[in-house]
Ligand binder design. Structure first.
Ligand code: C2O
Ligand code: CU
Length: 505
């Protein structure tokens, strides 16, 4: 594999804890990320945001999905749904370029999935009508046009899609969790913001290779955010909505780690909570954690940080997989404070203990599974899947409906981690091999998996030199052949062709 050239990327602005003074934006019932229970058909219009959204920053050129319902205006609405219900959305494109919505993580048919083939032009309309078949979890939606998904998502187009079910409700009741109060979505995104408060998206050739990185890391579009909390359970449901930046998440109380409980991943609850001190979150992935703030004395604070890590897998690189050698000088070294959580008030009571069982599900039976290798590579010019760059009309793989397959993701590209995402299906991580040190340290068993690999996933990070096996059950209730995408969720990589069509027939 040819070496990727050396490139320097900007580090984000690093602030001290004192500077975290902007109230964390928490979605209300209207406006940006306005929460709504989906009942009637919705209409989304893609266009510019009307009001400034970020304290101290106007982000004047933000793009949003505008939606009006019963006189209430929302931008990028947070949709609340229940398993089994039907959702109808009419997407209207008010932008002078093609776009389409992809429902990330949802088990939908190929026509609803929103791949680039379905893009609509300016003035066009696309109608979605689908049943929510997923288990409870925090999913999301974002643009998926050909070659411009990164810029459109970066410009602000992204929203949350919650699914609720009985298991999820039971856990919330047991722990006294309330959405918008102590159960909060955290959309973590880096952005490049200039002195005039404009979002800047102008990747150089080198940034198309590595990924575009911002000078600010925003949480719910808030710069240097502060959450005022009380001593009890807080559930934080995090989405990495960045195009390229990977976070190595950890909570700190002063100099000390504050361990947290991982309770869910991309597609809902784990079977049991897993205590952890850190967890990686790559673009597209979600992580559902509980932090017990009752252990923090009133008047003190906790910092959610992204810790430094080695994205290139330089030391201990696995020669056979091309994990060593020249690589992109991708940022990693910086420890980035993300969110300050100030704890105040007296504890009302001791927080309820975590239930032993959060949810029940079986392992996918892999005994007869076909193993399908996917080589993640680089040819000196483009990112590749099995040696090829994306062709709109080509189908790279056809799987048989109802088959179980193991997809073996082998990262042979020099020095870049790739968060790999599959449309239309969810999977289980089976094993990680040849993992870099920082990933290997998180292993909870001999499979090499970490706590955040133990649930249902739709996106999984594959480090340089690493091989990750995932099990997928291609049972699909919709008739006819269905075409879906499989791609890297580093959106610059996706736009530059690290994507394939696959068909279920
Ligand atoms: Cu979230 Cu094909 O992407
Ligand atoms: Cu990639």
């Amino acid at each position: 594999t040819p070496a990727v050239t050396q490139v320097a990327f900007p580090s984000p602005v690093i602030r001290t804890a004192d500077a975290f003074t902007n109230p964390l934006f928490v979605p209300g019932n209207s406006g940006l990320l306005g929460v709504m229970a989906v009942q009637a058909p919705l209409r989304f219009t893609v266009g510019g945001a009307k009001q400034p959204v970020v304290p101290g920053k106007s982000l004047a050129n933000l793009l949003v999905y505008g939606s009006e319902q019963g006189g209430v205006q929302r931008a990028n609405p947070t949709l609340l749904t229940k398993k089994g219900q039907v959702v109808e959305v009419a997407l209207n494109n008010g932008m002078p370029e093609p776009t389409i919505i992809h429902w990330h993580g949802l088990l939908v048919d190929g026509k609803t999935d929103g791949g680039p083939q379905l893009s609509i032009p300016q003035g066009g309309e696309y109608r979605y009508r689908f049943e929510v078949r997923n288990r409870a979890g925090m999913y999301w939606y974002h643009p998926h046009p050909h070659a411009t998904a990164a810029r459109q998502a970066y410009s602000g187009l992204a929203g949350l899609f919650f699914v609720d079910d009985d298991e999820e409700q039971a856990v919330r009741e047991k722990l006294g969790l309330e959405l918008g109060d102590n159960d909060l979505p955290l959309v973590i995104q880096d952005k490049r913001i200039d002195a005039d408060g404009q979002l800047v998206y102008r990747p150089t050739d080198e940034e198309w290779k590595g990924g575009y990185l911002g000078n600010e890391v925003l949480v719910n579009l808030t710069v240097a955010p502060l959450l005022k909390a009380t001593p009890r359970w807080y559930r934080l449901r995090m989405l990495n909505g960045s195009t390229a930046r990977i976070f190595n998440l950890a909570f700190f109380h002063g100099e000390r780690d504050l361990p947290f409980d991982v309770i869910g991943t991309d597609s809902g609850l784990l079977r049991r909570a897993q205590t952890a001190k850190r967890a990686f979150l790559s673009p597209g992935e979600r992580l559902d954690v509980l932090v017990n703030l009752a252990q923090v004395p009133a008047g003190q604070f906790v910092m959610l940080k992204s810790l430094a890590f080695d994205p290139m897998h330089q030391e201990g690189g696995h020669a056979g997989h091309g994990g060593s050698g020249a690589a992109i000088n991708w940022p990693d070294g910086a420890e980035i404070p993300l969110l300050k959580i100030a704890v105040d008030g007296a504890a009302v009571s001791t927080p309820a203990p975590l239930p032993n069982v959060l949810s029940r599900f079986d392992d996918i039976k892999v005994s007869n599974a076909k193993i399908r290798p996917w080589k993640l590579g680089w040819n000196g010019k483009d990112w590749l899947l099995n040696g090829k760059t994306f062709q709109m009309s080509e189908v790279a793989a056809t799987v048989r409906r109802n088959d179980v397959e193991i997809w073996e993701l082998q990262n042979e590209s020099q020095g870049m981690p790739h968060p790999m995402h599959i449309h239309g299906f969810v999977f289980q991580v089976v094993s990680r091999q040849d993992s870099p040190k920082q990933q290997g340290e998180l292993a909870v068993d001999r499979t090499g998996r970490s706590a955040s690999d133990l649930g249902w996933k739709d996106t999984v990070l594959v480090w340089p030199g690493e091989t990750v096996r995932v099990a997928i059950d291609f049972n699909h209730p919709h008739a006819g052949a269905q075409t879906f995408m499989f791609h890297c969720h580093n959106l610059e990589h996706e736009d530059k062709g690290m994507m394939v069509n696959f068909r279920v027939a």
